[in-house]
Design a protein around this ligand. Structure first.
Ligand code: NAI
Length: 308
C-alpha cells in the first residue's frame, strides 16, 4: 500500500514517521516544493528502520508528482501554519491556492486515490478539494476531528486522573477554535458518563481548553503543533488502508445529514477501504444541534471567502 504525503514540514514529516513506524503502509512518498527538504526527511526517517524495526520504503521528492503515481492515499499538509495569535481562518488566501494546485497534480497521477486534507482552514480546504476535483464524496476526507477528539480525551484524562485509553469522547463541527463542539454528554470513562465524576464547571473548562487546544500549543511552540496532528493522520490512514472501519469524526461533504447541505464539516464517520463508508447520525439534542448549526454557518462564511 502506497501513501503520498504532500508537504514535508512539521505535520507531513511527523505523519510519515508515524505511518512508517507503525507499519501502516509499505511505501511512503513525501513531496515538497522546497528543494531537498522531502528527500532529507525521507532519508532521515529511512535511517530509523533498522532500529525501530520496519520495512516501509520512504522516498522524498522535490515536486516530482510522477513519483506519487498510484498512491492509495494522499495526505495534503502543504501550506502555511498559523503563528501565535492567528486563527486558522487567516490562512485561507495562501493555502487555497496551494491546496487547489496540489490536488490537481495528485489526481493526474493517482486517479483512484483517497485524499486526506489537513491544511487549514481544514473544512474549507476539504470543500475546495471537492469543488476542484469532483471526486465521489467518500474519496475526500478532512482531518481535524480526530485531533480535536484526542485533545478532548487528554484533558478529560487529566481531570479524571484516569488513563486516556479508558476514555471515549468526540468533537464534531468545524475545526476552528470557536466552531468545534466537544460532545460532553456522550463522553465516557469505562462506559460511564464523565458527568458522573466531574462538576459542570470542570466540564465547561475541559470543553473550552479543548477548543483552544491548538492555540495553546501555537503560543507555546511559536508555530502550530505536529505530534498529535501527525499521529491523528496516521490513525485515519490506518483505518483506510487496513479497512478498520473505525468511527472517526471527519470533515466530509454533507448532503442533508445533520440538516446541512453542500458543506464539509466534522461529523462521526466510518472510515474504511472506500474512504468515508458511512456518516453516523448520533441524534444531537436541541442544544447540540443549535451549536452545530452555528458552527456550520461559520464554516459557510469561510467557504464564501473562497469566491472573493
Ligand atoms: P510547515 O510550514 O511545517 O510545513 C508546510 C510545508 O508545506 C512546507 O515544508 C512547505 O514547503 C510545503 N509547501 C508549501 N507549498 C507547497 C506546495 N505547493 N507543494 C508542496 N509543498 C508545499 O507547516 P505544518 O506545521 O506542517 O502545517 C501544515 C498545514 O497543516 C498548515 O496549514 C497547518 O495549519 C495545518 N494543520 C492542520 C491540522 C489539522 O488538524 N487539520 C493540525 C496541524 C496543522
Amino acid at each position: 500500500m502506497k501513501v503520498t504525503i504532500v508537504g514535508a514540514g512539521n505535520v507531513g514529516a511527523t505523519c510519515a514517521d508515524v505511518i512508517a513506524f507503525k507499519r501502516i503502509a509499505s511505501e511512503i512518498v513525501i513531496l515538497d516544493i522546497k528543494e531537498g527538504l522531502a528527500e532529507g526527511k525521507a532519508l532521515d526517517i529511512s535511517q530509523t528502520a533498522t532500529t525501530l524495526g520496519f520495512n516501509t520504503k520512504v522516498l522524498g521528492t522535490t515536486n516530482d508528482y510522477s513519483r506519487t503515481a498510484d498512491s492509495d492515499v494522499v495526505v495534503v499538509t502543504s501550506g502555511i501554519p498559523r503563528k501565535p495569535g492567528m486563527t486558522r481562518e487567516e490562512l485561507i488566501g495562501i493555502n487555497a491556492g496551494i491546496v487547489k494546485t496540489v490536488c490537481k497534480n495528485i489526481l493526474q497521477h493517482s486517479p483512484n486515490t483517497t485524499i486526506v486534507v489537513v491544511s487549514n482552514p481544514m473544512d474549507t480546504m476539504t470543500y475546495l478539494a471537492h469543488k476542484t476535483l469532483g471526486l465521489p464524496k467518500n474519496k475526500i476526507i478532512g482531518m481535524g476531528g480526530a485531533l480535536d477528539s484526542s485533545r478532548f480525551k487528554t484533558y478529560l484524562s487529566i481531570a479524571l486522573r484516569k488513563p486516556a485509553s479508558d476514555i471515549h469522547g468526540m468533537v464534531i463541527g468545524g475545526h476552528g477554535d470557536s466552531t468545534m463542539i466537544p460532545l460532553i454528554r456522550l463522553a465516557t470513562y469505562n462506559g460511564m458518563q464523565v458527568s458522573e465524576f466531574l462538576s459542570k464547571d470542570e466540564l465547561k473548562k475541559i470543553a473550552s481548553d479543548t477548543m483552544v487546544g491548538g492555540a495553546t500549543l501555537t503560543k507555546l511552540l511559536g508555530t502550530s503543533a505536529w505530534y498529535a496532528p501527525g499521529a491523528s493522520v496516521g490513525y485515519l490512514v490506518d483505518s483506510i488502508l487496513n479497512n478498520q472501519k473505525k468511527i472517526i469524526p471527519c470533515s466530509v461533504l454533507l448532503e442533508g445529514e445533520y440538516g446541512q447541505d453542500d458543506i464539509c464539516i466534522g461529523v462521526p464517520t466510518v472510515i474504511g477501504k472506500d474512504g468515508v463508508e458511512d456518516i453516523l447520525d448520533i441524534q444531537l439534542n436541541s442544544e447540540e444541534q443549535k451549536l452545530f448549526e452555528k458552527s456550520a454557518q461559520a464554516v459557510r462564511n469561510m467557504n464564501n471567502a473562497l469566491d472573493s
